[in-house]
Design a protein around this ligand. Structure first.
Ligand SMILES: Nc1ncnc2c1ncn2[C@@H]1O[C@H](COP(=O)(O)OP(=O)(O)OP(=O)(O)O)[C@@H](O)[C@H]1O
Length: 257
């Protein structure tokens, strides 16, 4: 479903050139919830941005549903692949109403039945049509992230890239958003590639996980092996141990999937 082979990317040129991805290989199955973990700066977000077309200067091969991705971003790709960012504040235009924010992708893609779709998606993410006339600053953080999820899914993509979708939220709200993502995934047809710092969230939601360090995939393993402490790499075991205490509270509130 999602495949990256020999994915390399650098920033800067000459003396400033710095490579941040090294031969990244990922193979995500259709319908899977796949996790990417690793310390800050290891390149997780950069991988998602290459797939979303936000970075286009990568080398290697990327494919979605067997279709190779080109460096030129085609409109169809936006329909197939959408991304939800960590900070719902930064990703919603402050002077647009929620109705306008949800309508924009539909207008760009010339989608009909916009009114009904907007109302339906507000319902599906647990808001209602009264939210259409509000502005982002009139919403809570969790409500804003619900809008960001609705905006990402309103074009009915096949792949949702999630970049720490709950880390900017309070713990109780994090659980609500994760449970919403699980419910939307259960409705079918979606594949998730999710970056998180939180192994508790991984354990509850993901089937497989790749661990990144310094721009490379260190290891890929099933979540059962991860939870059972069977990671091969000492770095993975350290990462899990370091965050276990933090994630226990949240894991209790997230429905097992
Ligand atoms: N636009 C950019 N220009 C230059 N360097 C960048 C750019 N975007 C990311 N980087 C660098 O690429 C490296 C990987 O960043 P990335 O955001 O992918 O890490 P991450 O694993 O997602 O970290 P975090 O968990 O903190 O979000 C970092 O060293 C970062 O400074």
């Amino acid at each position: 479903m999602i495949r990256t082979q020999g994915l390399n990317l650098h920033f800067g040129e000459g003396a400033d050139r710095r490579q941040v991805l090294f031969d990244v290989e990922l193979s995500v199955r259709p319908g899977e919830i796949y996790g990417l973990i690793g310390e800050s700066g290891s390149g997780k977000t950069t991988v998602l941005k290459c797939l979303a077309g936000l970075f286009t200067h990568w080398q290697g091969q990327l494919a979605i549903e067997g279709e190779p991705l080109t460096h030129r971003l085609k409109r169809e790709r936006c329909r197939q692949v959408q991304m939800v960012f960590q900070d719902p504040w930064g990703s919603l235009h402050p002077r647009h109403t929620i109705g306008d924010i949800l309508e924009e992708p539909l207008l760009i893609h010339g989608t009909g039945g916009r009114d009904g779709r907007i109302n339906r998606w507000l319902d599906r993410v647990g808001l209602n049509r009264a939210f259409r006339d509000r502005y982002p600053h009139q919403l809570s953080g969790g409500q804003r992230q619900r809008v960001a999820i609705a905006r990402a899914l309103i074009l009915e993509p096949r792949v949702l890239l999630l970049d720490e979708p709950t880390s900017a939220l309070d713990v109780s709200v994090q659980a609500e958003i994760l449970n919403l993502l699980v419910a939307l995934h259960r409705e079918g047809g979606l594949t998730y590639l999710m970056v998180t710092h939180d192994p508790g969230v991984m354990a509850h939601l993901c089937q497989r996980v790749s661990v990144m360090q310094h721009g490379k995939i260190l290891e890929t393993l099933g979540v059962d092996a991860l939870v059972a402490g069977k990671a091969r790499q000492p770095y993975t075991r350290m990462l899990i141990d370091a965050s276990q205490r933090y994630s226990r509270e949240l894991a209790r509130e997230v429905a097992a999937y």
